[in-house]
Design a protein around this ligand. Sequence first.
Ligand SMILES: [Zn+2]
Length: 345
Amino acid sequence: MRHFAPVFWAVRAALVLASVSALSPSPVWAQATLPVPKPTGAATPSGSPVVPPARASAPSRLQAHVQAPITVRMNTPARDFFGKMTGPAPMKPQAIGSYAKGCQAGAVALPQNGPGFQVMRLSRNRFWGQPELIDYLEDLGRDAPKLGWRGLMIGDMAQPRGGPMTSGHASHQIGLDADIWLKQMPDHIMTASERENVSAVSMLRGRLDVAGADRTVDPKKFTAAHARLIRRAAKDPRVARIFVSPGIKKALCVFETGDRAWLRVVRPWWGHHYHFHVRLKCPAGDGACQNQAAPPPGDGCGKALAWWMSDEPWVPKPDAKPAKPKPPLTLAALPKQCIAVLQAR
Ligand SMILES: [Zn+2]
């Protein structure tokens, strides 16, 4: 597998360029990474110009990415740098570091539309990931209709060069995490403004942070199709973990009457009732990527889940001091390779 990798990446890059070209007639980042013949005005035998004239006014978010040179300051919050990256680091794809402390090289953009998926909130520019994540999402999208799910609405993946974000997520830093809405895509290709404004739907009955709250899902919202989708997502061997609200995990524990092995990777967590969060294992051969320890054995439907359904994780103790917010990660806290990722152009 290993020695085929260069060929694979070359093909992958060509495909990515092709799909980007479909969006933008003149992707500047492609020109920055590949030699593009200069338009000389010379004609081909058929009489058409060798290179189509660049459309200077073509609106494209990808054109925004001629990355301005940056001066790194090691004690500055890393999100201040990574949040400004508009395009990927033109390097070999690599997830660097760990899910909540790292960055990514050679990221690929998930196309805005594909069979069985559409990307949401395009303005956030968080539709980047490692090729393995792109493949995974495309595979899941392709299978979705067979599960009674029209298609995926894809939420945040990672920034073009990964790293800490200016808002939201602690993880999603190395291009191996993706949020998938718990809502199936509509029957049409959404406009950019629909993708910004359509709301996600919570699966819960109400608040979780009051004593004695019912933390199960509302069965009118969380259906068998939702359960089939998460099961399909979890059965993929590339998956390390899937995070869901404890009520969703509980519903899945009841839903599965056959082989329960997949339930092991579905982990209860705070949030995650508007979307589920898929985390992939480090891709084979990625030496800079740090896996998390595997989840504890078993389906996770017993004692641990009972704790998550109790008041304990949710209801603040009357005498509790408000938790001090963690200081943001500085560049110095990230793996050294992330500096090269920031500076690559
Ligand atoms: Zn997430």
